[in-house]
Design a binder for this molecule. Structure first.
Ligand code: ADP
Length: 345
């Protein structure tokens, strides 16, 4: 069921088009990430949904009704962001209860709700604790409990895990996803961090210069970026120039590192992406390239390897168990062009 619908949102600040025709929908209970580089319009989009900014054009709908005339606090949306610090002089209980008291809820109901929230975020005994006695991860959970306590129709998260350290972040991302799904919370998360967006969201909206560049599941977007911008933004940067050439019945991509068959109907010059994870060591695949190992970098389950082929450098990811030759040695890689190549006309 559709919950939030954005229709053709435009917003400019003097010369800057912060939003330039943004439309998408969020289903009830769905987690959608808005992902894009700094300045692409993410915060403006969030402020427009919240009602803190008025769009120059376009409309925000909730359950089919326009929110244009509804002030921010009457929209019933919640916001959680990194800088929205917990009140340091209050206990955990008081922090979570704060919004409920402001809303005029009676004491027994508040007590019940706060306890439910503490249970939900896995801190059932933490009510009496002072904020300064909590670890970073515990503070994040309390902040989440506080945002969820008033039962917002839509929870908006702005770079929620911004500065937390990597290990903690990975755990919190997964916990956050489990918690939001458990209560079927409709949520929009805004982030410039691809990993955060991909790991948290059911669907991702990639933005660039105030426009939607691509919408899809994380898998769809990673497998088939819709443009060079999206590919590069996702770190898929093995991109080379190519020219099409018909060889018998087969269309070929002619490049400085070799000639490869392509399915895509394309004429003249275009760009070709070599997916970093679709090449293998050795000559087994139908297409081959030969190069020199420049750098190997161990990343746990994968080994990131920089390889130079005909003066161009590429980054490939191999399973860590792959016996990559040492730096400066030559290397032969092979691939299936249907899996490893993507054409950008
Ligand atoms: P993001 O959150 O993706 O970093 P923003 O929505 O903050 O992007 O900004 C989008 C563009 O609009 C940027 O170029 C920014 O400088 C501009 N912008 C945002 N808010 C204002 C404002 N209040 N006044 C002038 N320009 C603004």
């Amino acid at each position: 069921m559709e919950a939030l619908k954005l229709v053709d949102l435009h917003k400019s600040y003097s010369q800057t088009r912060a939003l330039d025709g943004v439309s998408f929908r969020v289903e009830s209970g769905e987690i959608v990430a808005v992902l894009g580089p700094s300045g692409c319009g993410k915060s403006t989009l969030l402020a427009t949904i919240a009602g803190l900014e008025q769009p120059d054009q376009g409309e925000v709908f909730w359950n089919g009704s326009s929110l244009s005339d509804l002030s921010p606090h009457r929209r019933g949306f919640g916001l959680m962001f990194q800088e929205l610090a917990l009140f340091p002089h209050m206990t955990v209980y008081q922090n979570i209860a704060f919004g409920l008291q402001m809303a005029g809820m009676d004491k027994p109901a508040i007590r019940k709700r706060v306890q439910r929230m503490l249970d939900l975020v896995g801190l059932p005994e933490f009510g009496p604790r002072d904020i300064h006695t909590l670890s970073g991860g515990e503070q994040q959970r309390v902040a989440l409990a506080r945002s969820l306590a008033p039962q917002p129709k839509l929870l908006m998260l702005d770079e929620p895990l911004g500065s937390t350290d990597r290990t903690l972040r990975e755990r919190l991302i997964l916990d956050l996803r489990i918690i939001l799904h458990r209560i079927k919370q409709t949520a929009i998360i805004v982030t410039h961090d691809q990993e955060e967006a991909f790991a948290l969201a059911d669907r991702v909206v990639v933005m660039n210069e105030g426009k939607v560049a691509q919408i899809g599941t994380p898998q769809d977007i990673y497998r088939k970026p819709a443009s060079l911008f999206v590919a590069r933004f996702l770190g898929l940067d093995n991109i080379i120039s190519a020219k099409s050439q018909q060889v018998g019945a087969q269309l070929m991509a002619e490049t400085t590192i070799g000639q490869f068959p392509i399915d895509h109907q394309v004429k003249g010059k275009f760009k070709l992406l070599l997916r970093p994870d679709k090449l293998q060591l050795g000559k087994a695949g139908p297409c081959q390239i030969k190069g020199t190992v420049i750098e190997r970098s161990f990343r746990g389950s994968i080994c990131q390897t920089v390889i130079e082929v005909n003066r161009l450098r590429f980054r490939f990811d191999f399973p860590s168990s792959t016996p990559i030759p040492p730096e400066s040695d030559s290397i032969t890689l092979s691939f299936d062009p249907q899996q490893a190549l993507q054409v950008f006309p």
